[in-house]
Each structure stands twice: as C-alpha cells, then as structure tokens.
Design a protein around this ligand. Structure first.
Ligand code: WTA
Length: 655
C-alpha cells in the first residue's frame, strides 16, 4: 500500500462517526429530522404514513385497536390484497418495467417485467384453486432461490392462502415438523438447484419429509434442472410447468383480505425444541415492510435494488419480495453463493445490473474482507447509493471495510436490527438523516419505542449492558404464534409486562446497550438461540437432535465465537455407558444434526466429556461452556456442584 493510503486507512479506522453523504441526503425519500417528533406527537395515527403507501380496497377505520393487548390489531376494517399491491397496481405505469431480475448460479438469467410476473402469478393462482386450495389453507414452499418461489408466494396471497416457506437448506425432518404443525396439505417444491456449480438433489429430500407427515399432501414440483436430471414424483405430485401451461392467460381476481387476515406463517427457532410459527398479517405487515423499504432502504421505482438474502428467511420475505415489489421497484434475486465461479460474483452482478442498493449480512462482509479488496476493485460499483446489513452485530472494522471498499465512502450504511417476529426493521439510522456510528445500529425508527432495562425492567444508564425491550406496538409485529396464543404470551410478553396495569412490553431476547445520544448497540441473544452465519438456530433443537443419536446420554450446545460465521455450534456430549467418544460417534452426531435440522447446524466441534458443569440446582452452566469454546478466561465456577470438571473440559478443548 502507498504511504498515503496507509494513512487514510488508519484515519478511517479511528473515525467513530460518519455523516450521510450530501449527495444521498439531497435525494433521500426521508430527510426531515422532524419525522421523529411527528411520529411521537401523533402516535399511533402517525402510522397512517405507512398505510398510505398501499392501495386499500376499503379504508380502515382505526389505526390501532389495543383493547385486547397484546393481541393488537392494526388498520381494522381495512381490506387489501398483497398480490394486488405488489403487482396489479403497478401495471398501468410500470407494466413493462422489470420486477425481478433473476441470476442463476451458472450464469443464466431471467427477467420478469411486472406484466410478466402478474401473468404467471395469475396462472399459478388459478392452478392452485383448481387443485383445491381455498382461502386460509396453508401452502408450504420448500424451495431455493428460483423465481417460482416469489411467484408461488404472490399466487397464494392472491387467493388468500397463507404461505409457509421452509428454507431449502433445512432437512426433511424440519420440513415434516413444519408441515404437520401448520396442517398444511399443499407443498410447492422443485427437483433441485445449483450450488457451487453442482446440481443438488432436492425432491428426494422433500419426499422423505412428506413420509414424515401423517396427512395427505398435494405436491407441485418445479423443474429447475431440466430433463437431464430425473426426479422422483409421487402419485399426488403435479408438474408446475404443466399446471401453469394449462392455465395460460387465466386471470384470478385478487381476494379482498381483511387487514388482520394472515398473509403468511414463518417458523423460527426459540428457546424450546419446537420451532415457533410466527403469524404475520396482510395490512400491518405489508404497510410496515413497504414503509421501511421506502424510509430505510430508500427504494424508488427506478432503482435496481438487491437484497442478497434467501427468501427462506424473513429478510427475503420482507426485503426481496414484499417491500420492494409493493413499491414497484426492480428486485434482484441471485440463486447461488458469493464465491462461485469467482469471489467477485457479487460485484459482477452489481456492475452488470447497475445495482443501486445492496442489503446483506455481516457474515458475508467478513468473508469479502478475508478474500480481499482486489475482488470489488475489479468491478465498477459506482451505481451503488446505499448499503445495508442485517442479521447479527457488525463489528466496526467490517463496517468500515464495507463503507470504503464497497460503498466507495459515498454510500450511507444502514445497520438494521430486527427479527422474524418484528416483520421489518426496528432499530437503525435513517440514511438521509442520522449520523452513523460503526457497530451501533442507531436509534429506534420513528414511532418505535425501545428501552434497555435490567432484570427488574428498570431502565439502565448509558453505556451499560441490559436487555432490549420494545414498549409500544408497531404495525409489522407478529400477531401470535400459530395456534398457540399461550406460547405467544409466555415467550414475548411475560418477562417485562404488567398485565394488571395493562402495560405491555415486548421482549425480543436480545442484550443491548444505549449511548447518551440514544444509539443502541445490540449485543446478541440472551436466550438459547445462536446466530450462525446470520442464521437463527435453537440450541435446544440441536441438543435434541444429538441426544437422539445412539450412544449419547446428554448434550449441551453453545455458540462459540467464529471469525467468519459470527458464532459456531459447539456440542459438549456425554456418552452412554458402553460407548466411546470416538470418531464414529462424532460422525453419527454430525449426521444426526444434519438430518434433524440441516447442514447449517453442523457442529464445529464435538467435545466428549464425562460430565457437564452444573449448578447446585442441576442447571447446565452454558456461560462456562461458551468461555471454554472461546478459549476465554473462565468465569466464576464457585457456584458449581462439580467445579473440577471445568478444567478437564477446557484441557480437552485445548488439545
Ligand atoms: C440478530 C433476522 C445485531 C438479533 C432479521 C435478533 C442483529 C436475531 C441485527 C433475529 C443487527 C438481527 N445487529 N443483531 N443489525 N439484526 N440481529 O429472526 O439477535 O432470523 O434477535 O431475523 O438476529 O434473527 P431473525
């Protein structure tokens, strides 16, 4: 590096705050700082601003009904249809503009204009109807990043059938659990897809999942790989291409849905072994993701916006499909991995499509950093106007690298904190207004109430770690856990609410600290959820997979620090009498986890131990196991029933 450059680099590393570039502010969708007060003073009516981004059939009569809190209702009596909002209403002005630019891993591309997307969504909606799908039937999708996934989602939305998308990387068992829990009788899936150039079989995995579902399931199979790859069809399966061809030109009137009617279900990990079915509604969710796409991602119809997440997670639902399409912009969808065929694949796509906004995860940014700046430097990234990150805390070094080497020091970065349950972004700077502080997400968005409290629910002072809480409802919030109101109450509302006083506080299970200026730094989960490469996994789910393996007596899973993944799975295992903690058992444990959840949950290390550190009341001390995994100095062991085991385990890990 030239001396000058070294100096600049050093200055950048020291800089602690960055103002939004003037060129960005001038054109930002939201640039008036007064928006924070406006929301505050006129709350909850201020949320009409979000609802106004949509084209309602019938107007709502109340913005917020809190009479049955925390079962809040937003935009009551309003009616709309999400597929109409994302397609039909753009046809007149933008029918020939691109809705989805799809890039396949092998380099093939597909472009859908709004008119084309509208046509195929209608045809598939007609096909679903003909197969018997009725309003409120849950349709499951088990699909990778191919255009038929958003098409199927929008077709469901059109006929009022909630979708439940299961990430394609999840295992057959995970699919079966989710389909059973949702009583879902329809599955849209595909033959396979490409990963790092190889065709990956998917249909056999889907079939295996269906073997684990007790009720009958009608299947629809997209042929992604073509004739060269045969795929096993069941008697109840239909070919997607045939169904759509048979409905050529069909039109399906969008069903008028109530604002509170379910748009979709999304299963996510929680504290117990059972995934939670998070329920999102049509009016509140859609206005919220539309509003945050407008205000935070600065999406405009003429943009080419790219969220490099997978639609199998909430980020893809909100910010590849519903947010950007509701605003009539062009949304880029990429099938594959960022390093195939070369490590500049992302930058090649940015250059080829003149991408204006890029929204990705810190785990990806850490990988880009590791690969080196020569990859982005090969490409012209000057079309970029805004960068975003989501999914886990971003460390200041990675933030600055992203700012400099991808954003060319001229794009604001929005570090957006939110969750599957919140539907959309909650804490982040507004890119046209707020000073950015690397590592800190920023203040709560206008209209969002967030506080950092101690275990008693009392606010903690600036700079001290505490628990993040949300003390006001918001339109994008989950309404309940599917068919499980009780768990909804106990998981999110029990900890800090005072029901007698009708005071409801949502607890997201994250730790955080707040600065004097109100900026919030999210520190990570405080429950048994870990975050591996931005993927949310339940340690209990992994533990229950491990104890299901023959020869395992007990298991404790924790997240240990990992340079690229953020966190990695560490499994501490006690073997059953008569079994050895050997390579064979280790391999079977890894296989057991992959079968129950998927390769993303694969343990980084399996550590066999004769005992686990336990408190006198018999609880496993996970904190100590984390310290061991991280090679940190061990915390207090005095409250342990068996302090001597700690050193034994630490020595084993150190070996
Ligand atoms: C974490 C993903 C720090 C957090 C949208 C949260 C973050 C969990 C950030 C939700 C961020 C998400 N900074 N941590 N900007 N964004 N998280 O449900 O722990 O897959 O609770 O939703 O990711 O993960 P989920």
């Amino acid at each position: 590096m030239a001396e000058e450059e070294v100096e600049l680099e050093a200055r950048l590393q020291e800089q602690e705050s960055f103002d939004p570039p003037e060129s960005f502010v001038e054109q930002a969708n939201v640039s008036e700082p007064a928006i924070y007060e406006e929301f505050e003073e006129n709350w909850p009516e201020s949320w009409e601003r979000a609802a106004d981004l949509l084209d309602w059939y019938d107007d709502y009569d109340t913005v917020l009904d809190d009479s049955d809190a925390p079962f809040y209702k937003w935009f009551k009596e309003g009616t709309l249809n999400a597929s109409h909002e994302c397609l039909d209403r753009h046809l007149d002005d933008r029918g020939d503009e691109v809705a989805i630019e799809w890039v396949g891993e092998l380099g093939e591309t597909r472009t859908y204009t709004y008119a084309e997307l509208h046509r195929e969504v209608n045809e598939f909606a007609a096909a679903l109807r003909e197969l018997g799908v009725e309003e409120d039937d849950v349709v499951t999708m088990y699909m990778p990043m191919i255009p038929e996934l958003p098409i199927a989602m929008l077709a469901c939305a059109r006929i009022g059938a909630p979708h439940s998308v299961v990430f394609a990387g999840f295992s057959a068992d995970a699919l079966a659990t989710r389909m059973t829990s949702a009583d879902s009788e329809y599955l849209v899936t595909c033959d396979g897809y490409y990963r790092r150039g190889d065709a990956l079989e998917h249909k056999a995995k889907a079939n295996e999942g269906l073997d684990g579902v007790d009720h009958d399931v009608t299947g629809i199979v997209v042929d992604r790989l073509g004739d060269e790859y045969d795929h096993p069809m069941r008697d109840d399966d239909h070919d997607y291409g045939d169904l759509v061809a048979a409905q050529a030109g069909a039109e399906v009137e969008p069903v008028e849905r109530g604002a509170e009617d379910m748009l979709f279900l999304m299963y996510t990990s929680g504290t117990t072994g059972q995934p939670k079915g998070v329920k999102h509604t049509t009016g509140g969710y859609l206005s919220y993701v539309s509003w945050t796409s407008h205000a935070v991602l600065d999406v405009k119809p003429e943009d080419t916006y790219w969220c490099a997440a997978d639609i199998g997670w909430i980020t893809g639902h909100s910010y590849i499909v519903y947010g950007p399409l509701s605003l009539g912009t062009t949304s880029v969808m990429y099938e594959g991995t960022p390093d195939y065929p070369e490590k500049d694949r992302m930058w090649e796509i940015v250059e080829d499509y003149d991408v204006t906004q890029l929204y990705t995860a810190p785990t990806a940014i850490r990988a880009f950093m590791k690969w080196g700046k020569q990859y982005p430097e090969k490409r012209d990234l000057s079309s970029l106007r805004l960068l975003g990150t989501v999914g886990e805390p971003i460390n200041p070094r990675a933030w600055k690298w992203y700012y400099k080497h991808i954003g060319g020091e001229s794009c604001p970065i929005v570090d957006t904190w939110w969750q599957t349950e919140t539907g959309g972004m909650m804490i982040t700077t507004l890119p046209g207004i707020g000073t950015m502080k690397p590592g800190s997400a920023g203040p709560p968005l206008p209209g969002i109430g967030a506080e950092i409290v101690d275990t008693n629910g009392d606010e903690v002072g600036a700079g001290r770690a505490g628990y993040l809480t949300v003390d006001k409802p918001w339109p994008g919030m989950l309404r309940t856990l599917y068919k499980n109101d009780e768990r909804f109450l106990s998981e999110y509302w029990e900890e800090y609410s005072d029901p007698d006083a009708d005071e409801w506080v949502y607890f997201p299970e994250d730790g955080a600290k707040i600065d004097d200026d109100g900026y919030i730094t999210v520190l990570g989960r405080v429950d048994d959820v870990i975050n591996v490469s931005g993927h949310r996994l339940g340690t209990m789910e992994i533990e229950s997979a491990i104890v299901g393996v023959e020869g395992v007596a007990e298991a404790a899973v924790v997240g240990g620090d990992h340079d690229l993944k953020g966190e990695a799975v560490y499994a501490y295992v006690i073997t059953e009498d008569g079994y050895e903690g050997d390579a064979d058992l280790e391999a079977r444990i890894i296989e057991g986890v992959e079968d129950a959840i998927g390769p993303i949950a694969r343990p980084e290390a399996v550590i066999f131990t004769p005992e686990l550190p336990k408190t006198r009341s018999g609880k496993i001390m996970r904190r100590l196991l984390e310290d061991i995994a991280n090679g940190d100095e061990l915390g207090d062991t005095s409250t342990l029933r068996n302090p001597e085991v700690v050193e034994d385990i630490a020595n084993k890990v150190g070996e």
